[in-house]
Write a protein that binds this ligand. Structure first.
Ligand code: ADP
Ligand code: MG
Length: 726
């Protein structure tokens, strides 16, 4: 049996030796066509054009594209690349690439390396197999990828990878990157306009993102011995090990040698690719770990996270591991998330969510701080939808991750500042009030933040000193979805804010700071319900949140409904992030993904029950029967006393075997009915309400059988083996 082959192979495995001969800083970004390489390989003209395009999103004409392609090719070949690819992010949530060789044959039969502007700028992958939510059926059947110059090209192994967006011929986004870029553009525009109230020199505002990636490492052979881990990334059955995480002895503990070797190799590769990884540690659950980089501009950071996940899978494989990004791979212990730390930074080097040294800078901080709170309050349900997935449903609200209710933690002291600002007078402010505000409210903020250490781990959206941290994001998901929504709602909010402030200045004759205070005061009043500093895991909060009319969409189908509401369509339209067609399409793809996940899990459960667990149960029963028959033969009528325990186990096994088979069959029958539904939302809802509950019952029977059946007959690697063997 694969389980036992895997276990004996484990005994002989030693950690790979990973030598770090060069300093990390020397490796950093060696494989990236970044600014330094561009200066070296591009003409001055094309260098300037690319820089301008990066800064303002300007177009790059064909002649310049040819020059850039030439320089990129020369550099890539010098790095050992033989192929190039447009690297994109279809709505499957993963990355996609199709490699083409630089190699070509000239008319005279001679070979050469070729790569021109047209290949750099645009490609047409055979895209018919990527999800489009109906966009490509109703319009053109084709999709194309287009160069995103804001994320630098890089060489991975022997391929030059060019980050691209993926859109239909009519311009609709078929990926997660195009909407993200539009959202970043919108927030840049809106935030720059507001930042200019405080500093006329600001020309651009970048959203920044620093993710924290959690993951599990399990032995590769053991993982492969389990169809559920192999096909779904999680265990669909399995009993908790005797010792799980109750001793808290793994968190921040000594990293095991084999894992450390993996981490070193991974981090070296990350350095070469320009992914600025910095932190590594054990997480709460056994065999769970975390990795975090230095934060970066959000689009680049999203790309880096996706690239990281791909690289991790490969390097884990080299080191005899399978890496699991699933949000809930094991029942009974913590799952994995990906906190998204987010802020806004100006091109003048100022973090807009960081208080400064003067009252004016602190007013700027308050402006962005309060506008973010207001945005989250208005669009809390939409933000919730951005982290919805079949796998994350298992984690949200499970007392290990925030609930599916959005709220904001600001801490007691900042809460007090907001309370004070609520009392600011309407209209013009008296000189005394201004002085009082400057000295005692706004002026005190830096000191407050210095000792604002009371962090609340149960909050889904916490202010942590100079950034907000979004904690409900799943480990597997692309950050682009939550980042698209967050930056879109903040963009809209800042546009609304600017309008209101300008009216007070132009029509009511208020000074700028008076106008700002006046608008902020109203925002504080109207967004109170979103602020919550208490225990987000508690039942009390769920009741309280209901009273506050905050949404609580516990599952993905419910969470996704808001995407196509009138308010969402108008928000995404006004900010230019997505049109109605795209929203409908993206919702459809998300629903389709949800259904597919549950379909696969259903099929794997059938396989586990029929082909693995029931045969093992029968084998154990046969042993018992043999034993009972033997005892009867030897002891005759007196056998009864001796065979009682065997009979008891025999019957228990039968009971659960019948239960397992019946529930599986009922689930498969129900699945057929649900699959016949035409409406995709109804189908997803039925999967959630009708099919999913079967999974739990199936698991109960399977886990009971695991407890009854001899260890040397049980075919599936156990939690103890998956989580504790180092
Ligand atoms: P933790 O949340 O585990 O206590 P930290 O608060 O130190 O850890 O930081 C976590 C993450 O926050 C890091 O990945 C870091 O890059 C990111 N981060 C720090 N400052 C910013 C910022 N201004 N914008 C976005 N991310 C940031
Ligand atoms: Mg964190």
């Amino acid at each position: 049996m694969m389980r036992f082959e895997a276990l004996s192979a484990l005994k002989v495995q030693k950690p790979l030796v990973v030598k770090e001969l060069e300093k990390r800083s020397e490796l950093y970004a060696r494989n990236v066509f970044n600014d330094a390489k561009m200066l070296q390989f591009l003409t001055e003209e094309s260098y300037n054009k690319v820089q301008a395009a990066i800064f303002s999103g300007g177009k790059i004409d064909r002649k310049i594209a040819d020059q850039v392609a030439e320089g990129m090719k020369a550099w890539a070949i010098s790095m050992g690349a033989t192929h190039y690819t447009h690297w994109f992010q279809p709505l499957t949530g993963a990355t996609a690439e199709k490699h083409d060789a630089f190699f070509d044959v000239m008319d005279n039969g001679q070979g050469l390396e070729r790569f021109g502007g047209s290949q750099l700028v645009q490609q047409e992958p055979d895209a018919s197999s990527f999800p489009s939510g109906g966009i490509r059926n109703t319009f053109e059947a084709r999709g194309y990828t287009a160069w995103d110059p804001t994320s630098p090209a890089f060489v991975y192994k022997t391929t030059l990878c060019i980050p691209t967006i993926f859109v239909s011929y009519t311009g609709e986004a078929l990926d997660n990157k195009a909407p993200l870029l539009r959202a970043l553009h919108a927030v840049d525009h809106a935030a720059t306009a507001v930042a200019q109230y405080f500093d006329k020199n600001v020309r651009k505002v970048n959203a920044t993102l620093g993710w924290e990636q959690e993951y599990f490492l399990v032995d590769k052979a053991l993982a492969q011995s389990r169809p559920d881990i192999l096909m779904t990334g999680r265990t669909l059955v399995g009993n908790a090990a005797a010792k799980q995480q109750q001793l808290d002895d793994h968190y921040f503990g000594v990293i095991p040698n084999k894992v450390l070797a993996f981490m070193s190799a991974l981090e070296r590769q990350c350095m070469l690719l320009g992914i600025p990884v910095k932190t590594r540690h054990n997480e709460v659950a056994p065999n769970q770990f975390e990795l975090a980089p230095v934060f970066e501009e959000a689009n680049l950071s999203v790309d880096h996270n996706l690239l990281l996940m791909d690289v991790m899978k490969e390097i884990a494989d080299d080191h005899g591991f399978k890496v699991l990004f699933h949000e809930k791979p094991f029942a009974g212990i913590n799952g994995s998330g990906k906190h998204n730390n987010w802020s806004l930074a100006t091109d003048t080097g100022v973090n807009l969510l960081s208080p400064g040294s003067t009252p004016m800078k602190n007013l700027q901080f308050l402006t962005f701080f309060i506008n973010t709170i207001k945005a989250v309050d208005t669009y809390e349900e939409l933000l919730r939808s951005s982290i919805a997935s079949a796998s994350n449903d298992h984690r949200l609200g499970g007392h290990e991750a925030p609930p599916a209710i959005f709220s904001i933690f600001v801490g007691t002291q900042l809460g007090e500042v907001l309370d004070e600002l609520e009392g600011v007078s309407k209209g013009k402010l008296s000189p005394q009030e201004k002085t009082e505000l400057k000295l005692n409210v706004v002026g005190k903020i830096p000191e407050i933040l210095l000792d604002n250490t009371d962090r609340n781990r149960t909050s889904p959206f916490a202010f942590t000193g100079n950034k907000f941290e979004m904690r409900g994001v799943g480990a597997k998901t692309s950050c682009s979805k939550p980042m698209t929504v967050l930056n879109t709602i903040v963009a809209q909010q800042l546009m609304d804010f600017k309008k209101e402030v300008d009216v007070l200045i132009d029509k009511k004759g208020l000074k700028k700071d008076e106008a700002v205070f006046n608008v902020l005061r109203e925002y504080i009043k109207t967004s109170k319900r979103i602020r919550f500093d208490g225990d987000g895991y508690s039942k009390k909060w769920q009741d309280e949140a209901r009273k506050r009319k905050l949404s609580h969409n516990k599952n993905t189908p419910d969470a996704l409904k808001i995407l196509t509401s009138i308010e969402s369509i108008s928000l995404f339209g006004a900010t230019g992030v997505m049109n109605e067609k795209e929203l409908i399409a993206h919702q459809e793809v998300e629903l389709h993904n949800y259904i597919s996940h549950l379909q696969i899990e259903g099929s794997i459960l059938r396989e586990l029950a029929y082909n693995h667990i029931i045969p093992a149960a029968l084998r154990h029963q046969n042993l018992l029967l043999e034993n009972i028959a033997g005892l009867k033969e030897v002891y005759g009528a007196a056998h009864k006393k001796l065979t009682e325990p065997q009979l008891n186990v025999l019957e228990l096994i039968s009971e659960h075997m019948v239960g397992l088979k019946k529930t599986t069959d009922r689930m498969l029958e129900a699945k057929q009915k649900v699959d016949a539904k035409a409406d995709i939302m109804q189908k997803a809802e039925a999967y959630c309400e009708v099919i999913l509950p079967f999974f739990d019952t199936i698991r109960t029977h399977a886990d009971a059988l695991e407890e009854l059946i001899a260890d040397d007959i049980w075919p599936l690697a156990k939690y103890r083996e998956l989580l504790f063997i180092k």
